[in-house]
Ligand binder design. Structure first.
Ligand code: GDD
Ligand code: MG
Length: 322
């Protein structure tokens, strides 16, 4: 069965300060890190071995996921001392398994995407076309911030244009790739390589069989604070979500798709809206919190107002509007 690779080594620069102590894929979205949601999606597609390609704050992943047995999966960790770029990270991760002559495909996920698309259907499509590489494509209103991917009427990829000012199509790279091992062998070892700016354009130019699998499912890149809050709200839906062992004091009103993690305590008469609250957080009485990210194990004093803030046990910083 196919082997998964999660690209989770980026710096999460656009999400700062939320990523000061936590890599972007480990930030809780509706009470669960994006990485965990992706593992569940991979498992649903029958992928049981997944390699986490880590770099920035790599030490945060292992204590949470361990060997993967809690999820009934096998997890391996490929740590880049210096970030190798998306292509270098894939090559480095695949080296953990004996891939050279393998008939198994690799399913590679950008680590910051919430996607409801059908990975099994993408794999079927890849096999039916006998493709070397198959990218999930999605249509967006404004393609400028993404990889633009024009295809022909059979879905064959004609070009790959990363972040262009005047996009030639609204179909973009949605960050889930299926590669045959021969594609991985082509990426140079121990070298910084961008899959988007180098590997994809080269594959297309050299006439390799690269296909776009179009599926217009729920899709979001959580790469900015605004998007992170939106992603969490989308999952929570109306109202709010509370994790196991958390308690909410009398008279407190929680709205706007707020999510509260596990074993957190909210005092009495608080007003909380559009916020993400982690595990083991203690919030006093009569607090107002809106548009804020309260990290695991933070404490907030009685009567405080927290508007558009990032709070961790050691930090209290504004979240810039993006
Ligand atoms: N291991 C590792 N090493 N991971 C990395 C590295 C690295 O050097 N650089 C980036 N990543 C990971 C990030 O953590 C993220 O999960 C993923 O690769 C994509 O990087 P982003 O920085 O989020 O890229 P982007 O959002 O600007 O663009 C990418 O995603 C778009 C879809 O959201 C591109 O793949 C676009 O083509 C695509 O449309
Ligand atoms: Mg991204």
């Amino acid at each position: 069965m196919a082997i998964g690779i999660l690209l989770v080594g980026g710096m999460g620069t656009r999400l700062k300060p939320l990523t000061n102590q936590t890599p972007k894929p480990m930030l809780p979205v509706a009470g669960m890190p994006v990485t965990e949601r992706q593992l569940l999606a991979a498992k649903k597609a029958g992928i049981n071995t997944v390699i986490l390609a880590t770099s920035y704050l790599s030490e945060v992943f292992t204590p949470y996921f361990g060997d993967g047995s809690k999820w009934g999966m096998k997890l391996l960790y490929a740590v880049e001392e210096q970030p190798l770029g998306t292509g270098g990270a894939i090559r480095n991760a695949a080296a953990l398994v004996d891939f050279a002559d393998s008939a198994e495909e690799f399913v590679i996920l950008n680590g910051d995407i919430l996607s409801g698309h059908n990975i099994s259907a993408q794999l079927d499509f890849h096999r039916r076309n006998q493709a070397d590489a198959t990218l999930h494509l999605i249509e967006v209103a404004d393609a400028r911030a993404f990889g633009c991917v024009p295809t022909d009427s059979n879905g064959r990829v004609l070009d790959f244009l990363e972040k262009m000012e005047r996009p030639v199509t609204n179909a973009i790279n949605a960050g889930c790739y299926i590669f045959n091992s021969s594609v991985i062998s082509q990426i140079p070892e121990n070298t910084v390589v961008s899959i988007e700016r180098e590997t994809f354009p080269q594959l297309v130019k050299s006439g390799r069989s690269v296909f776009g699998y179009s599926e217009q499912s729920y899709w979001l890149d959580i790469g900015t604070p605004f998007a992170l809050f939106q992603g969490s709200r989308d999952i929570v839906g109306e109202g709010f979500l509370v994790g196991q062992g958390s308690q909410i004091g009398e008279g407190s009103v929680i709205t706007g798709g707020t999510s509260i993690g596990q074993s957190s305590t909210i005092g009495a008469n608080c007003r909380i809206t559009n916020s993400i609250i982690g595990d083991g957080v203690q919030i006093g009485n009569s607090c107002t919190i809106s548009d804020s990210f309260i990290h695991h194990h933070s404490q907030i004093a009685d009567n405080s107002k927290t508007l558009g803030k990032y709070i961790s046990p050691t930090e209290n910083l504004p979240i810039s509007a993006q």
